[in-house]
Design a protein around this ligand. Structure first.
Ligand code: WT7
Length: 649
């Protein structure tokens, strides 16, 4: 029996995967010593990571100052993030090492070494200075996935300006809102970028935004798409012109450990976007440490590829700052996974002999839909470790990833974290943790996490709310311009604890399982059922690639479960079959009332399923805010069908 009735615990997963002997032979951490050390004294543990993994100009005098809910880390210390990511590697003789193997969507490639990256960052830092950017200013970045995006971020860090990256797929309105909230002085963008075989006109969108962004004094435009753009004299500058005339030397200035490094706006699924604030010393320590140990990084052998966009926190922490601080060699890919064909990702893995691959469950389920023959076209034997982030990974998607991408040989690190946490919080250590498909397992050493019930009491088994119990170095320092909202959103629900907004459960072995956002939990006849568990039950049917479920108002049961299901390419299944399958897997109470088949699900641009919209559809309401939706036609199609189909019992 569960101790708490906050959220039911329905799905039981018994499969276990201990680290293999061959993986253990060369892993950084095979035993429990990091856990032991951190549980003794987490502050000293983080302090050791900070001194081992980061180079400081001045040592700190206090590891952590905690004035709930505001923390400062490595107080009194100074350092420069760009020095840590670039100069120190070059000074150590690694200047010729590849930082990025860049692959453009059209097939063009560039190899960028650490010394080339340092040269470019120094020049661009001077260019930003020449445009009037000084320490403490905000700079907006609105770019495709090209090396210049990393250059722009690192140049800001070098001179102490905070960047605010807005995903290149966002609209002009979203860009304008974020520029205005941050009062950014400069916007760095590109003429256009490649997406699905075409150039998307970024500068044109930027120009629309710039009509209502009075704080912007200058615009920098990288030439990438080659499309026509209009340049406003006195305001707009070509990146290559600025670089050509820039002074090549820009020494890295030591920054205070708590200097604002960046803002990153997160909307969740509703509401005014929040400018999440991250600072310098603690953040860099957190991302360098987790990147090293969670990905078991061997910087001189591994080729690491994180498929995220720099517009998301994953791109900040696990493409730019963590990997570069650790001197990793990476792949950076500009485009979509299905251009020119559905095997593009696997052809890149083969081409660069990628060893560590980090992607999102939404991508994995898409690959499942495209079929096993796509990865089978390529030699993926270079892979030794896989990662997942962004949503709960359904056990069956985990198994597919393990078998068809990892050749049943690669551990999978399912990493739970948030824009707000800055870096990975809950994840296996691949050489030390026995994995269970679908479980993010345990907090990483140094992190405190507990599942609590409605009254905030920790539960040792069963479902509840995921909370973090003590500060950590990468934690957000607040919401830009709105400290009250920071307190209300994260620190008011459970006293003294950070509330993540996610449901979670603990199994008999103490493993953590993420259950999705608590706002999405369904209440059927008084049972609190997680969307994740019902979706995982659906995905465990061999014909199902992806599923989303929502609770819609129901006169009899309070809410009834409505399922939206996408089938594996070429497969078929009927509604009754799937309803019975769920009943068999997790119980009759979780049986969907209605199942709709759909070729696609509505998702945010970062790939998260928008259950709120599906609830609107299921309850026949007009749609609320759809601005964060990646493809609006998916929902109108579902609405049409909901209107036509009588719901069945
Ligand atoms: C939310 C944070 C973290 C970088 C990308 C997303 C969900 C994230 C997992 C995971 C289950 C996960 C949570 C979280 N989430 N990773 N491994 N298992 N859920 O950052 O956009 O700030 O979203 O993503 O719901 O709260 P984000």
């Amino acid at each position: 029996m569960a101790e708490s009735d906050a959220i039911d615990d329905l799905l039981i997963e018994q499969r276990k995967f201990p680290p293999s002997e061959s993986f253990k032979k060369r892993t950084l951490v095979a035993g429990t010593h990091l856990y032991d050390e951190a549980s003794e004294d987490y502050e000293s543990f983080w302090a050791r990571q900070a001194s081992e993994l980061v180079t400081w100009n001045t040592p700190w005098h206090t590891v952590c100052e905690w004035d709930l809910p505001f923390s400062k880390w490595f107080v009194g210390g100074t350092l420069n993030v760009s020095y840590n990511c670039l100069d120190r590697h070059v000074l150590a003789g690694k200047g010729d090492k590849v930082a990025f193997h860049f692959e453009g969507e059209p097939g063009d490639t560039r190899t960028v070494t650490y010394s080339q990256l340092l040269d470019e960052v120094q020049k661009f830092s001077n260019a930003l200075k020449s445009l009037g950017v000084t320490k403490g200013d905000r700079v907006n970045i609105y770019m495709p996935m090209i090396p210049e995006a990393a250059v722009a971020m690192l140049a800001c860090a070098r001179i102490g300006a905070a960047h605010s990256v807005v995903f290149g797929g966002f609209s002009s309105q979203a860009l304008a809102d974020r520029i205005n909230d941050a009062e950014a002085k400069v916007l760095i963008t590109a003429d256009g970028g490649w997406r699905r075989g075409e150039v998307f006109p970024l500068k044109q969108y930027a120009d629309e935004a710039l009509q209502s962004t009075p704080s912007i004094e200058h615009v920098v435009v990288v030439k990438r798409g080659g499309n026509d753009v209009s340049m406003t004299a006195g305001r707009d500058n070509w990146y290559h012109d600025l670089i050509a005339k820039a002074d090549p030397v820009c020494p890295a200035e030591p920054m205070d450990a708590e200097q604002l490094l960046f803002l990153l706006y997160t909307s969740g699924t509703t509401g005014k976007p929040k400018g999440i604030m991250h600072t310098t010393g603690g953040y860099l320590t957190h991302v360098a440490y987790t990147h090293k140990y969670v990905f078991d990084l061997h910087p001189d052998e591994d080729v690491y590829w994180c498929t995220a966009d720099v517009g998301w926190v994953t791109g900040h922490s696990y493409i730019v700052y963590g990997p570069l601080a650790n001197g990793a060699t990476q792949v950076m890919y500009e485009g979509v996974p299905n251009f020119p064909a559905n095997d593009r990702i696997w052809s890149i893995v083969e081409k660069y002999k990628v060893t560590i691959f980090y992607t999102a469950p939404t991508a994995i389920r898409t690959y499942m839909k495209w079929g096993v023959e796509e990865p089978a076209k390529h030699d993926l034997s270079s892979l030794r470790l896989l990662g997942s982030v962004g949503e709960p990974i359904n056990p069956e998607a985990w198994m597919w990833y393990h078998e068809h991408i990892g050749g049943s040989r690669c551990p999978i690190v399912d990493t739970w974290w948030q824009t707000e946490t800055g870096g990975i919080m809950i994840s296996p250590l691949p050489g030390a943790t026995t994995l269970k498909p679908g479980s993010a397992t345990f907090p990483v050493p140094g992190v405190g996490a507990e599942v609590v019930d409605d009254s905030g009491k920790a539960v040792s088994r069963g479902g509840g709310y995921l909370t973090l119990t003590h500060p950590w170095p990468g934690m957000l320092r607040g919401i830009w311009g709105d400290p009250q909202r920071y307190k209300d959103t994260y620190w008011s629900r459970f006293e003294g604890r950070y509330f993540a907004g996610d449901g979670a459960k603990l199994d008999d072995d103490g493993y953590l399982w993420l259950l999705g956002r608590v706002d999405d939990v369904m209440n059927v006849s008084g049972h609190r059922i997680s969307t994740t568990e019902v979706e995982s039950a659906l995905v465990s049917h061999p014909a199902v690639a992806e599923a989303a479920v929502v609770g819609a108002n129901d006169a009899t049961t309070g809410q009834a479960i409505i399922a939206y299901v996408t089938l594996v390419g070429g497969a078929s299944a009927d509604e009754q079959d799937l309803r019975n399958h769920v009943a068999k897997e997790i119980g009759a109470i979780a049986k969907p009332k209605t199942v709709y088949f759909t070729p696609d699900l509505p998702k945010t641009r970062s790939g998260k399923i928008m259950r709120r919209l599906l609830r609107d559809v299921a309850e026949g309401r007009n749609l609320g805010d759809t601005t964060t939706l990646a493809d609006a036609s998916v929902v109108s199609e579902l609405q049409k069908r909901a209107a036509e189909a009588p719901s069945e019992d």
